[in-house]
Design a protein around this ligand. Structure first.
Ligand code: ARG
Ligand code: GLU
Length: 699
């Protein structure tokens, strides 16, 4: 017995990466760098102090970084509020300002002076004012023996108090976030600005160059950036849009490095990564790799087949479905990379080995013993619900008509305001809706749904007749919907909505989901989360498990660091870490929408008229590095050892997309736009060189 566990231990040590860390893995909390990774960072090429990254009582680099909207990062590049993020992060705003006369998606946009900068209602940017460990305050009154409901009540009450006192007497917003599955809590205080105006966007042919074909891939040649400006009240405070607002003067803005980068150079990424799952149990990873990802990919393949065919046949449809297609395609492609990466790394087996090692260690510790086995059993119970839930979101709710019906179904009372809301939503819906696409998609998705989802998780009444729903519903017909909403008689609206086939179908699916899937799913997940709290604590206590833990990403500010480096994607192929304009022109093809280089850039290439942006006879475009990033890091500053801006993060390499679950230093790479390509485009292609006057450069 002893011998066996010793063997398991050794085996585990060799095989396991979880949670022992390898080089370049990790998304670190900025406020803890000082007592943590500053030494390692400096050894690898960082030249500043921890205080330069994060400080509360004086300006530091964190003051130049924002959460852009809800899902991206952006950074300040002038002391007049100028901000850079990705083109795909500003896409919604650029599209919103576009019309047939002003097609900023196709032609790009450049404000020629402050008056031409375009306001974006609803868009906010959030600066982190302060972050602080508040674990003691949050767990005040919590005991080890109390039941979970009671614990949650106390934690929620304490959170309210902590947030309340952090925002008392100021204009800040705050939130308390759990780290390490609730073993630690941090307070995050933000200053949120609401007047953010569009300043510059390259043509989509540059900003989305390569489209979904190149998405998640290296070598990459996308000029994925856009420029905004943050405005504030005359006293430099957040304020809603007003013509009297003035450019915000940030505490800090980035100096832009024109020195360029070389393979091996130290870099770090400072931004807001969304979600990662580094400490997941082997059963959860197995579910993702063997069931969830494959099914979701299949369902999305069906949708993309229908969309692609319709879009290829009609240029108007290509535009109508462009954003939808990109959305569906993005995760579709990522999941495929993730499945492949997990399989190649053998993550499940490694985790299983680690779990055996954990149990061997925990055998004489009642607090921890059996935790991983209990997790395994819970995941076993969870699986049917998780699977039905996956189909609910990826099949049922992927039907545009059903989601639209949800708007109607959700109205409790048809007041004039409610009608106005639905009217707005309808206008947006019909602008980009092609019923034939949706009908074909629905037919195929529901076929899959009926094949794979057990009857007990489906609405009663047998096979769903997609044809009959689409034939009889009002909601595919903009004229009839318009007429319905114009009717003043709210009782009549209610009656018609209630009897509509699509609304009824939506309600039937929702009812099943809400009664037979979601409650059990939530209940089991609650139990799982609770066990993770224990498991996580155990992992951190267990000797030899590696001491450099980092909390999973949760849309809070993090630092990842690494170096500029290529990789080997497959046998016999080596990727260089830097791409140039030569590659843009190699891909140039006027016949293919996504590769149609704008004429102006093509001309510059022919005359090699790059001005000060020429580097070895070409222009650098993008580079890859070993920084550990994820969704949400889009738009993040990529910085050199001096904290100068060298690039803007916009993607990850496909072979490394499993890094949300397991990071592999061999192939995990973030993809950044070389800042010099952005400057070249602003200056030589966009004709907005005047913007450079307010930036600071390090030559
Ligand atoms: N893959 C990048 C990210 O996850 C870019 C997505 C937008 N671009 C696209 N072609 N769909 O968000
Ligand atoms: N494009 C992603 C984003 O929007 C970043 C890619 C990733 O690392 O997932 O945040």
């Amino acid at each position: 017995m002893r011998k066996l566990s010793f063997f398991i231990l050794l085996f585990g040590l060799v095989l396991s990466l979880c949670p022992a860390l390898r080089a370049d893995e990790g998304m670190w909390l900025p406020s803890l760098i000082e007592q943590g990774h500053i030494k390692d960072m400096r050894a690898k090429g960082f030249r500043l102090k921890a205080q330069d990254l994060y400080a509360v009582n004086r300006a530091s680099l964190k003051d130049a970084i924002v959460r852009f909207g809800s899902g991206c990062t952006g950074e300040l590049i002038s002391d007049q509020g100028l901000l850079i993020t990705n083109h795909h992060c500003g896409y919604g705003q650029i599209q919103q300002h576009s019309s047939v006369e002003h097609d900023y998606l196709t032609d790009g946009f450049a404000a020629m002076n402050r008056d031409e900068e375009l306001p974006n209602p609803g868009l906010t940017v959030s600066f982190l004012v302060e972050m602080r460990d508040v674990t003691d305050s949050i767990l005040k009154g919590v005991t080890n023996t109390m039941d979970e409901t009671e614990r949650q009540q106390i934690v929620e009450a304490n959170k309210k108090e902590v947030v309340g006192s952090a925002t008392e007497g100021n204009h800040y917003r705050a939130s308390v976030e759990a780290l390490y599955y609730g073993n630690q809590y941090f307070l995050f205080v933000y200053e949120v600005f609401e007047d953010v105006r569009l300043v510059f966007a390259p043509p989509s042919a540059v900003g989305k160059f390569g489209g979904d074909t190149d998405n998640w891939m290296w070598p990459r040649h996308t000029g994925d950036f856009s420029i905004f400006r943050v405005y504030a009240s005359p006293d430099n405070k957040p304020a809603p849009y007003s013509p009297d607002n003035v450019p915000y003067v940030p505490k800090k803005s980035f100096t832009i490095s024109l020195k360029g980068i070389r393979p091996g150079d130290f870099t770090f990424v400072y931004g807001f990564p969304g979600r990662t799952y580094q400490y997941l149990h082997s059963e959860a990873v197995r579910y993702i790799q063997e069931k969830s990802d494959p099914h979701k990919v299949r369902l999305r393949t069906l949708r993309l087949e229908v969309m692609n065919r319709a879009q290829a046949a009609d240029p108007a449809v290509r535009i109508q479905y462009a954003a939808k297609n990109a959305n569906v395609s993005n995760a579709w492609k990522k999941w495929q990379g993730e499945m492949k990466g997990l399989k190649r790394l053998g993550t499940v087996a490694k985790k299983q080995a680690f779990e055996r090692r954990f149990e061997a260690w925990a055998a004489d510790k009642p607090e921890y013993a059996g935790v991983t086995e209990r997790l395994a059993r819970l995941y076993d119970s969870l699986e049917p619900y998780a699977f039905a839930r996956d189909y609910h979101t990826e099949a049922v709710l992927a039907i545009e008509l059903f989601r639209f019906a949800g708007t109607f179904a959700g109205v409790e009372e048809w007041t004039p305001e409610a009608i106005e809301q639905v009217r707005k939503r309808s206008a947006a819906f019909f602008k980009d809706y092609v019923p034939a696409i949706d009908r074909e998609t629905a037919r195929r998705l529901l076929e899959e749904y009926e094949r794979h989802v057990p009857e007990s998780f489906r609405p009663q009444g047998g096979k769903i007749d997609v044809g009959a729903i689409f034939d009889s519903t009002l909601l595919v017909d903009s004229v009839r919907v318009g007429r319905l909403l114009a009717e003043g008689d709210t009782a009549a609206v209610r009656r018609i909505v209630d009897s509509d086939a699509a609304v009824r179908a939506f309600r039937a699916f929702t009812a099943v989901y809400k009664t037979r899937i979601e409650p059990a799913y939530k209940e089991l997940n609650g139990q799982i989360d609770r066990l993770y709290r224990t498991y996580m604590r155990g992992m951190m206590e267990m000797p030899g498990a590696g001491k450099a833990f980092y909390p999973d990403a949760n849309s809070t500010l993090r630092i990842a660091y690494g170096k500029v480096e290529g990789y080997r994607p497959v046998d016999a192929v080596v990727y260089e870490p830097v791409s140039t304009l030569e590659g843009v022109m190699e891909k140039d093809n006027p016949e293919i929408y996504d590769y149609n280089v704008p004429a102006r850039l093509r001309r510059l290439y022919e005359t090699k008229d790059y001005g000060r942006w020429a580097v070895n006879g070409t222009v650098p475009v993008a580079f890859i590095a070993t920084n550990h990033t994820t969704g949400g890091n889009s738009g993040s500053p990529v910085l050199n050892g001096r904290g100068e801006l060298i690039g803007v993060n916009f993607d990850r390499c496909w072979e490394g997309t499993m890094s949300d679950l397991e990071y592999d230093p061999e192939v995990c790479r973030n993809i950044a736009l070389d800042i010099r390509y952005a400057l070249f485009l602003i200056d030589r292609v966009g004709g907005a060189g005047y913007l450079l006057d307010e930036m600071k450069f390090a030559e």
